[in-house]
Design a protein around this ligand. Structure first.
Ligand SMILES: Cc1ncc(COP(=O)(O)O)c(C=O)c1O
Length: 441
């Protein structure tokens, strides 16, 4: 098979996202096809998808049900205006999503990405307080190492310095400290120590006054920073403090929702219910972009109860492609396969096997810490002097040569394997990783 390799002019024309453009374009890594848990690259090699795309394709690639639903939808209703008119699938999907959420989180606002889901959540939170007669509750509390996408709201509440440094002034936010503690190194699942870190929120409330704070936003399990499961009791304590001080709690479940940690949501897995949740990636299995923000019913009802003529908007916010019919078709098919094939349960059942393998790599060179939860794992690697991101890059390139795609970011290597991964595939992945860690010592 011959594949279309982009010319230099074509490579130059595309300014790639979150990529080292110069490095990539000097020696492009091109994918040409995908099926199940594997990509095919432009040399015809099979590449195991160790991050499910970008935490998106838990069901594997080329799922026939999604393909057919998308194709049928394109031939039936390719687009309907999302403002003031509707199409049945967005309502069907909204109900379906609310059935998979913790009880009471049942009002779904559609967008096209995790970043947009986050912006929507932040705007709903501020708007909610404004219509409650508390317009000064506008400040947000994020957390160090948090990732909430790339829009201005998201980078404001986000806690990854490199993603903010170039862009000047952000929203008015403050940050909790991250939850990495030396005593929790090499923990499988939720670390034992660290619930007390949630009490930092009390200090921030003392500093800013709860009357100025709209919401706290955290990833229940931080993904992009290298898989950081929350310490036991930490999220419950955040919930308690938010309740005591009338602050909304937002869970950014863009990575967690729909199976990644062996439950429908992290809220369900960890037994803590937020007021607002953001979801995206696994919603359509990555086939068509889609995000959503799920609010508690009473938040929606507060907007509906505003004293306005019935033909006026309750929330002046939305995207041309909110609830796009093709994305809805993909999401409905994807959630159906997820449930039919009991993949959430599968992740839960096999997560112990996966965690054991991951943590067996502790003895490899330069491993500073390993964390795991569900089908996600993060390895922190020791730094070259002044170059924290170099070793993970080298490991990921060694893995690519061996036929495995893994994510590298900051000083971590990350795994987010497809929910359909067989034990033997996990074994091969870990053998390759052990080799790569040794080669990059
Ligand atoms: C927790 C979290 N929130 C938001 C986002 C942003 O999503 P997107 O890249 O679809 O805008 C991501 C992406 O990785 C994420 O992990």
């Amino acid at each position: 098979m011959t594949h279309n390799i982009p010319s230099q002019a074509q490579l130059d024309a595309h300014w790639m996202p979150f990529s080292a453009n110069r490095e990539f374009k000097a020696d492009p890594r091109l994918l040409v096809a995908a099926d199940g848990a594997y990509y095919t690259d432009s040399d015809g090699r099979k590449i195991f998808d160790g991050l499910s795309g970008l935490w998106t394709c838990g069901l594997g690639h080329n799922v026939p049900e999604i393909r057919e639903a998308v194709s049928q939808q394109l031939g039936t209703l390719d687009l309907s205006p999302s403002f003031q008119f509707g199409q049945a699938k967005s309502f069907e999907l909204a109900e379906k999503i609310s059935q998979l959420m913790p009880q009471g989180l049942n009002r779904v606002f559609f967008s096209n990405s995790g970043s947009e889901a986050v912006e929507t959540a932040l705007k709903i939170a501020r708007g909610y307080w404004a219509i409650q007669g508390k317009p000064h509750k506008t400040k947000f509390i994020g957390r160090q190492k948090g990732y909430h996408g790339v829009n201005f709201g998201g980078i404001s509440v986000g806690g990854i310095g490199a993603n903010r440094a170039l862009f000047g002034e952000t929203l008015s936010v403050d940050h909790l400290g991250h939850t990495i503690l030396p005593e929790n190194k090499f923990t499988k699942g939720l670390p034992k120590v660290g619930a007390h870190l949630a009490d930092e929120l009390l200090d921030l409330i003392a500093l800013h006054d709860a009357g100025t704070i709209a919401a706290v936003i955290v990833e229940p399990m931080a993904g992009s920073a290298g898989v950081l499961p929350p310490p036991q009791g930490y999220l419950a304590r955040l919930r308690e403090i938010c309740d005591q001080h009338q602050i909304l709690l937002i869970f950014d479940e863009v990575i967690c929702a729909f199976g990644r940690i062996g439950a429908n949501t992290a809220a369900e897995a960890f037994g803590v219910k937020p007021d607002i949740m953001t979801i995206a990636k696994q919603l359509t299995n990555g086939a068509i972009p889609m995000g959503a923000t799920v609010a508690k019913q009473e938040i929606y009802e507060a907007f509906m109860a505003q004293d306005k003529p019935h033909y006026m908007l309750e929330l002046p916010h939305g995207y041309t492609y909110s609830g796009h019919p093709v994305a809805c078709a993909a999401a409905l098919a994807s959630l159906e396969v997820l449930q039919r094939d009991q993949l959430v349960q599968r992740v839960d059942e096999l997560s112990g096997y996966f965690a054991d393998l991951v943590h067996d790599l502790k003895q490899c060179p330069n491993i500073e810490d390993i964390r795991s939860c569900g089908f996600a794992a993060g390895f922190s690697l020791s730094h070259y002097p002044g170059e924290p991101a170099r070793r993970p890059y080298e490991v990921a390139m060694a893995m690519w040569k061996k036929g495995f795609y893994v994510r590298y970011g900051a000083d971590t290597v990350q795994l987010g394997i497809p929910f359909i991964t067989e034990k033997s595939e996990m074994d091969s992945l870990m053998n390759a990783l052990a080799e790569a860690f040794n080669e990059c010592a």
